[in-house]
Design a protein around this ligand. Sequence first.
Ligand code: PMP
Ligand code: GLU
Length: 397
Amino acid sequence: MENISDRVNRLSESATIAMARKARELKSQGIDIISLSLGEPDFNTPDFIKEAAKEGIDQNYSKYMPVNGYQDLREAISNKFKRDNNIDYTTDQIVVSTGAKQSIANVVLSLINPGDEVIVPAPFWVSYEEIIKMAEGIPVFIETSIENDFKISPQQLRNAISSKTKMMIYSSPCNPSGSVYSKEELRSLADVLVNHSEITVLSDEIYEHINFTGSYFSMAAFPDMYNQVVTINGVSKSFAMTGWRLGYIGAPLWIAKACTKIQGQFTSGTSGISQRASLAAIAADPVVVHTMRDAFLKRRDFVIGELKKINGIKINQPQGAFYVFPDVSFFFNKSYNNYSINNANDLSLYLLETAKVALVTGNAFGSPNCIRISYAASIENLKEAMSRITTSLNKLN
Ligand code: PMP
Ligand code: GLU
């Protein structure tokens, strides 16, 4: 008898991962699919990072490690926070985990009791909602609009706070909208949050180095917010290290201790080899990843340029990460042959089947009028994909 727990029954499969799986399956059947579904750099991990991992193997970093990460890695992360973000975290305030996804799960499970509310500006990264549900918390979404670059206002935040609010989670640069909050915008949100010391803010900064604005600000760098913020980061995106599985937090000590306690019962420390590789990545001058950032910028401009030529598409100007998130509601209630498009789910399926391009419906990110296109792919693939998407969309009427 299959007896799945209510906890797992309540969960949805990750929509990004599900679409990537579907694309892989179709490819293995010989179908020429271009996958723009998964948020994963197409670059290889830089050589100096791979060398550090090889040295780690030779130096026998193959034993159980401290649950919260090796001391020298946490020192490098502490220096990184000071260097890039102007935040002081001691090594005790840093917890290294098996991906930023685990870092987020650790924090949410550490702080959320059943019934606690967590504010999540939409659009949001798919796993936030499910991790909150796993902790039996209640996600409270704040809707945004393309006209406001998918950003929330202080008034919207004020309205969303209730006596049950315990946390707020956002990413900047944002997956999926690419929006980057400026220092002034963050300050105006901080002015609301400082009056609520019971609310912990999870600032997900995993796309920090894939930022085209030329400046970056972290919420925890405001002295009056320092004790209320957990800063999430990791090596997956900026250093093209998705498969190495290493993320980390800087947090108030009591939260870092709680996360270490959870992790000590779930996974222990992340792989020692990944820690050696990540130490090299994090200690390096971020200039080493600027060539990747510059390539992403060129691709963004190409994809946006092509989308703007399509009648009916509305789009913001993403300032970071590697996604575009166009509003495609113009195509709802249109059809072609046997395909009737009623929503973004239908449209993404239509594009998968007719254009053979995999992308992700906005529903999974809390914005049902949009679709997410990842442009972390070669320019050749992007050219072919945009041409196919354009042909398919122009057929709908
Ligand atoms: N946060 C955001 C906004 C993401 O897009 C991702 C992508 N996987 C993660 C966190 C988790 O990253 P990872 O677990 O690979 O470190
Ligand atoms: N964060 C990436 C994405 O949004 C990777 C997939 C995942 O972990 O959800 O596509």
